[in-house]
Design a protein around this ligand. Structure first.
Ligand code: HEM
Length: 365
């Protein structure tokens, strides 16, 4: 009865809590300086819009992480949702990157008029941004200011939320574990990795070594031989396990082999959705990098090389350093084209394996 009454009373404003939501833009220039600086409203609105979208991205990433916490086949049966939600995350990133243009309608001098009222607040203290980095899989040891960023969160609630984001498995961890468990790996007497290495060496022989043998120009021949030896090393090194996560290598050899298998045989029905998932993971990673790049370019034009008002960092130079591979989430997946080759060289899948990949397993049906 009371529930019905509540629904009847529901109004657009109350459902969206607009009364409180639209009261949250409080310019510091008015509060501290006594005079409103017009562009401060835009500055606040833009940041709040970003934070709201960060929240939505976190909702999507948390739900995807939750789905990955299950057995291989269960995750496989949820792949459609994983793909759709990652697609949504990519769409949000594209939108928020565009949002920077609106803030850029403010000139550096307009910004100077209220910047010092913001002291000592900084985007460096954005808890949601840190959670996003951690939940996607930014590696703690590869961060700059890896301790200082945590010190910005003083109250117990923020500390707990941040610690949870650091200590729970990231999306990158979960994807790695899933890829390691692809049931068809080394199945049916087919060793994909060894077969792929052999095929890759045959391809480099056909396209680099054999032409080098017929090359008359000694200098060119030498360069081709160097390239041939380099390619042979690449394929060995790429699939060695790493002891420590680096800017270029994070995944285990087994997981990387799983990703390679999905990429090569993506036309097999059971690999269709996983292939889309891998594509979206790379896209989200690239979009996060693009966010950083767009932000730092705007910061450079807005404040030059001044430090942030909170003295959290050196400002531009620090932000530029975060646009590096150290902050990448899936460098192994992004690097994969380094050792791809034309389809005609792909090892043939045994017929029994093809059959296994023909039927999408769905534990719920
Ligand atoms: C006039 C516009 C802006 C300026 C001048 C600016 C400046 C800066 C500076 C100097 C830093 C480095 C940390 C520090 O020393 O304070 C920083 C970090 C950051 N800013 Fe901005 N920012 C602007 C707009 C934005 C917007 C719209 C957002 C959206 C939420 C944002 C989010 C962040 C985040 C998340 C960081 C931390 C990045 C990291 O540590 O990798 N900033 N910003």
């Amino acid at each position: 009865m009371s529930e019905k009454k509540e629904n009847e009373d529901l109004h657009y404003d109350t459902y969206l809590r607009l009364d409180s939501f639209l009261e949250c833009q409080i310019p510091q220039s008015l509060k501290l300086g006594g005079q409103l600086v017009h562009d401060e409203h835009l500055f606040i609105t833009t940041h709040q819009a970003f934070e709201l979208w960060f929240k939505q991205i976190l909702v999507e990433i948390d739900s995807v992480r939750e789905m990955f916490h299950h057995e291989f086949e269960v995750v496989e049966s949820k792949m459609l949702y994983i793909v759709r939600r990652l697609g949504r995350v990519a769409a949000i990133f594209k939108l928020i990157i565009e949002q920077f243009h609106i803030l850029e309608t403010m000139t550096p001098i307009d910004y100077m008029d209220f910047r010092y009222y913001l002291k000592p607040a900084s985007g460096f203290q954005s808890l949601q941004f840190r959670c996003l980095e951690n939940k996607l899989g930014v590696v703690e040891d590869l961060r700059r200011y890896k301790d200082a960023y945590k010190d910005e969160f003083i109250d117990e609630k923020s500390k707990t939320i941040l610690a949870e984001s650091i200590n729970s498995p990231s999306l990158a961890d979960l994807v790695e574990k899933w890829l390691e468990n692809i049931p068809v790996l080394n199945d049916h007497g087919f060793d994909i990795l060894q077969s792929y290495k052999n095929a890759f060496l045959k391809w480099t022989k056909d396209t680099i070594l054999d032409p080098a043998m017929n090359e008359r120009d000694a200098k060119r021949k030498e360069k081709m031989m160097t390239e041939y030896n380099k390619q042979a090393d690449i394929i060995d090194v790429m699939f060695e396990d790493v002891d420590k996560k680096t800017e270029h290598r994070r995944m285990s050899s087994k997981a990387l082999t799983g990703a390679l298998m999905i990429s090569l045989y993506r036309e097999e029905p059971r690999f269709n959705q996983p292939f889309q998932m891998l594509t979206l993971l790379k896209e989200v990673d690239s979009l996060m990098a693009k966010w950083r790049d767009t932000h730092v370019s705007m910061v450079h034009r807005m404040i030059g090389q001044k430090p942030g008002v909170g003295y959290c960092s050196s400002g531009y130079l620090y932000l530029r350093s975060t646009c590096s591979d150290n902050y990448a989430i899936f460098p192994d997946l992004i690097n994969m084209p380094t050792y791809l080759m034309p389809r005609v060289y792909y090892p043939q899948l045994p017929e029994t394996l093809k059959q296994k990949l023909a039927f999408a397993h769905n534990s719920q049906t």
